[in-house]
Design a protein around this ligand. Structure first.
Ligand SMILES: NC(=O)c1ccc[n+]([C@@H]2O[C@H](COP(=O)([O-])OP(=O)(O)OC[C@H]3O[C@@H](n4cnc5c(N)ncnc54)[C@H](O)[C@@H]3O)[C@@H](O)[C@H]2O)c1
Ligand SMILES: [Zn+2]
Length: 369
């Protein structure tokens, strides 16, 4: 079966910012407390962060909350994916319970996708759900994980196996918070920016062709991040529970997830694995006869220029393992992988009619030599 997708329509005026209440700015974290009061909250605010982000950005957040009249509490978990666990969630439930948190209170997730997913999951489940505010501090979380309402923790059996949809009442993106983020993390987040431009926005992709990432001026970066996250906002508005069009966001993620999983998570950052997955998906699009080869070459060159990997290292994984793993990906239906492919920039096609030989050929061709 082949399904065609076009970029989603703008969110109608009456809904802009709803249900995500997405606010985008530079230095805007200073207004966080004020924004939360504007939403009508007068209860207490519980800030969840990690031990790398907390010391750098925690004080500004606490000050803004205190200025708005809240008495904020803060709890930091160790930085890193290992904190997305039921044990850490339990620790946070105990902390909230010890402070007698109530349903009218607010949880603020201050950090990258790990903190966002963990704090989001805790907010979704504590007292059957208390209000969540996302304050993302990585590029990935600004353009992706803090918008969309997906929260989760990992199990030993796999990533994100336990979770809930719990849309934030507010996502406050302050691009100023990226300061201090390691360049490798910035680049990894950029893979999602390139993905978004490829599936929705020819003009944005043109612009990415002209900007080198590293010396990029903050205001230009802010503009690109805002355009990227607004696309995510549109898709989520159209498909909040991931039952339809939202599948297009998985472009590059079938092989990307398989690389992350087979290398044991941590060898490649998520965005790095997605970069290799984007090369796989564009090459598959060409091999399937959907896409002009020049487009695939262009996207691959853009990823390389950004400093992202475009090949997997055979020291960590191999084609057989990656192919096996694609079959357990969540886009699989009745044992057929639903490939998210491109017909052109901004034109997505989803198909389960790609021959196993072509897939094997493409994945084998992506080994680092
Ligand atoms: N819910 C969703 O829709 C969704 C979407 C994509 C990814 N995710 C999840 O997001 C997670 C990855 O998120 P991530 O890439 O943001 O990783 P992360 O949260 O682990 O952050 C990366 C590292 O950067 C540090 N850091 C964060 N902000 C910083 C800052 N401003 N300055 C200095 N250091 C900073 C963190 O402490 C961490 O060590 C994964 O668990 C993934 O499953 C969720
Ligand atoms: Zn991703």
């Amino acid at each position: 079966m082949i399904t065609e997708y076009r970029p989603p329509a703008p969110v109608p005026e009456a809904f802009v910012g709803i249900p995500t209440h997405l606010s985008f700015g530079n230095g805007s974290v200073a207004d966080l407390g004020q924004r939360i009061t504007e939403l009508g909250f007068r209860g207490r605010v519980f800030v969840i962060t990690d031990d790398k982000v907390g010391p750098v950005h925690g004080p500004k957040v606490m000050e803004s909350l205190a200025d708005a009249g809240f008495v904020p509490e803060c709890h930091a978990v160790p930085a890193g994916e290992a904190s997305k666990s039921l044990d850490r969630a339990a620790e946070l439930y105990e902390w909230l319970a010890a402070h007698r948190a109530e349903r009218r209170d607010v949880v603020v997730a201050l950090g990258g996708g790990v903190v966002g997913d963990l704090a989001g999951f805790v907010a979704a489940t504590f007292l059957r759900g208390i209000t969540l505010v996302q304050v993302p501090t990585t590029v990935l979380s600004m353009v992706d994980s803090s918008v969309g309402g997906k929260t989760a923790v990992n199990l030993p059996a796999g990533k994100n196996l336990v979770g809930a949809f719990h849309p934030p009442a507010l996502t406050l993106v302050d691009v100023g918070l990226i300061t201090g983020l390691p360049v490798r993390e910035v680049r990894a987040g950029w893979a999602e920016v390139i993905k978004t431009a490829a599936i929705f926005d020819p003009a944005l992709l043109d612009e990415l062709d002209t900007v080198p990432l590293d010396p990029m001026k903050p205001d230009r970066m802010a503009d690109i991040l805002e355009r990227t996250v607004r696309w995510k906002e549109r898709v989520v508005h159209e498909d909040p529970r991931e039952r339809g069009v939202r599948v297009v966001l998985n472009f590059g993620h079938t092989v990307g997830h398989a690389i992350e999983a087979t290398t044991g998570y941590g060898t490649y950052l998520h965005g790095e694995a997605v970069a290799i997955g984007l090369v796989a998906a564009t090459r598959l699009s060409v091999r399937a006869g959907f896409l002009h080869a020049g487009v695939a070459v262009r996207i691959e060159a853009m990823l390389e220029r950004t400093g992202l990997p475009t090949r997997y290292d055979p020291a960590f994984t191999n084609a057989g393992a990656i192919l096996d793993r694609t079959l357990t990906d969540k886009k699989v239906e009745s044992n057929k992988v639903r490939w998210v492919l491109l017909r052109g920039i901004g034109q997505v096609v989803v198909t389960d009619e790609i021959s196993a030989d072509v897939i094997r050929d493409v994945v084998e061709g992506l080994v680092l030599r």
